[in-house]
Ligand binder design. Structure first.
Ligand code: ASP
Length: 465
């Protein structure tokens, strides 16, 4: 197995075989110095004037070439030690050199943090951008956060269950991405805006404690910090009260912060702020409750509770759920659905941090009659409600346990913890604001034969000839 460069100092005095990329090259008279880089770090390689073949081969090496070397791990002369580098005490005296792959000059510098480089160029060559230590570190941290969460929930007897990507529309307030079906011509799947209905059906199935690191796909118009697909930690539990869901998430995240981000300043327990208070005190339902907003290490988590069930859309003037249509109203509010739904208060709880919303969750409606009333209130006919949600309403007639859950957005959480300005910096292959993958060239036209098979004809757009 390849040795990690970061581990080289442990092998002082030994001859090692090493692999990696040329980072920088410095020539000092007859001696040639390189930094060899892999994902764990960098080390200095030294090439002596003799043997000649190695020296002249080394003269051809350029940054980002991939090489294999053999060499002796030696202590650097005192004056040459670099205390800033973890391997700065040692260097490798090269005795064998092989070029595994050459590289063109990269279109942008990958050694710095890269914020100043045009993002479209970075995205087009994302595989180079990801060599940037900052981005590699973000991916590594994201992985650690996910591993922590998986372990934590498994220890609490949660089952991780995958739910389908090809499904039927699950409205969460955004537009669906739709996928044409070849075998059922004229019919379409929808990509899930979240696993909401599936996780509720898993509660009917008796799973009791479910989670999934799930992709949620929403065809939304360009909005700064949104991506067409984002990753959620989707959770659902049976026989729970709102406070139990909040406590589960809070305890888990506090434990994670202590383990992975011990230097962050965080107040515990997290305040639970009523929606009305958040609006009057902070003018926002995702308040930034930090004491000092200039302190990059301050993380102010809070819960917002007592949300209204419904609101009126400013543009369409239509009544809509504040979260989604499956949210259980508070017991004392249920009667208001016939007389004054705008006064209803729900079981929704939002998790917020530093002015961002990290999650929404709630207890769910399990009474099919109440669920139908909500569908109707939102302007759905009984027929349409049955057609779209009949499976859920029927499932609720077979012994449904009370249940609730939440779905924290992992991209946003990692973005905040890593101090990044947007979620694209913590996603391996993000899309532009207008939904393009510049590296793959997606979305793209497809072959006519593919469209024919699906029975699809593209209308000519006025702008295209
Ligand atoms: N499905 C919801 C969402 O994606 C979260 C939830 O209610 O659990 O925001």
């Amino acid at each position: 197995m390849k040795i990690d460069i970061a581990d080289i100092p442990k092998h002082l005095g030994k001859e090692l075989e090493l692999f990696g990329w040329i980072d920088v090259r410095r020539d000092h008279g007859k001696l040639i110095f390189f930094d060899l880089r892999d994902r764990s770090g960098k080390v200095q390689l030294v090439i002596a004037p003799e043997p000649k073949e190695i020296h002249s081969l080394a003269e051809t090496l350029r940054p980002e070439w991939v090489i294999r070397v053999k060499g002796l791990v030696a202590k650097r002369p005192e004056a040459m030690k670099n205390p800033k580098e973890p391997t700065g005490e040692v260097e490798v005296k090269v005795s064998e050199l092989e070029i595994l792959a050459k590289s063109k000059t990269p279109p942008f510098d990958i050694s710095g943090d890269g914020y100043e480089i045009d993002e479209e160029i970075r995205m087009k060559h994302r595989y180079l951008d990801l060599r940037r230590p900052r981005l590699l570190k973000n991916l590594l941290r994201r992985d650690k956060v996910i591993i922590f969460i998986r372990d934590y929930l498994h220890k609490k007897d949660f089952i991780e269950i995958e739910t389908p990507l090809l499904t039927k529309s699950t409205p969460e307030g955004a537009r669906d991405y739709i996928v044409p079906s070849r075998l059922q011509p004229g019919n379409f799947y929808a990509l899930p805006q979240s696993p909401q209905q599936y996780k509720q059906l898993l509660m009917v199935a008796g799973v009791e404690k479910y989670f999934q690191i799930a992709r949620a796909l929403r065809d939304e118009d360009t909005r700064g910090d949104r991506q067409p697909e984002h990753t959620q930690l989707d959770i659902e539990m049976s026989f729970v009260k709102p406070s139990e869901v909040m406590t589960l998430v809070e305890d888990m995240i506090i434990a994670m912060m202590r383990g992975l981000y011990p230097d962050k300043k965080m107040k515990v327990p997290w305040p639970r702020i009523p929606y009305a208070e958040a609006m009057t005190k902070y003018g926002s339902d995702k308040p930034d409750t930090r004491d000092n907003k200039n302190d990059p290490d301050e993380i102010a988590f809070a819960w917002i509770v007592d949300f209204p069930s419904f609101e009126t859309d400013v543009n369409t003037k239509k009544i809509q759920p504040v979260h989604h249509m499956f949210v259980q109203p508070r017991e004392e509010s249920i009667a208001l659905i016939d007389s004054d739904p705008s006064k209803m208060v729900s079981t929704q709880y939002d998790w917020v941090c530093n002015g961002y919303e990290l999650a929404s969750g709630s207890i769910r409606i399990t009474d099919p009659k109440l669920q139908m009333k909500v569908f109707k209130l939102l302007g759905m006919s009984e027929e349409k409600a049955q057609k779209d949600f009949g499976h859920l309403l029927e499932a609720f007639t077979y012994g449904v346990p009370p249940h609730g859950g939440i779905a924290p957005g992992l991209d946003r959480l990692v973005m905040i913890l890593q101090g990044e300005p947007n979620i694209r910096e913590v996603i391996a292959f993000p899309k532009t604001g207008d939904g393009r993958d510049l590296m793959m060239g997606a979305p793209a036209e497809v072959e006519k034969s593919q469209l024919d098979e699906l029975g699809i004809q593209i209308k000519k757009s006025k702008n295209k000839k």
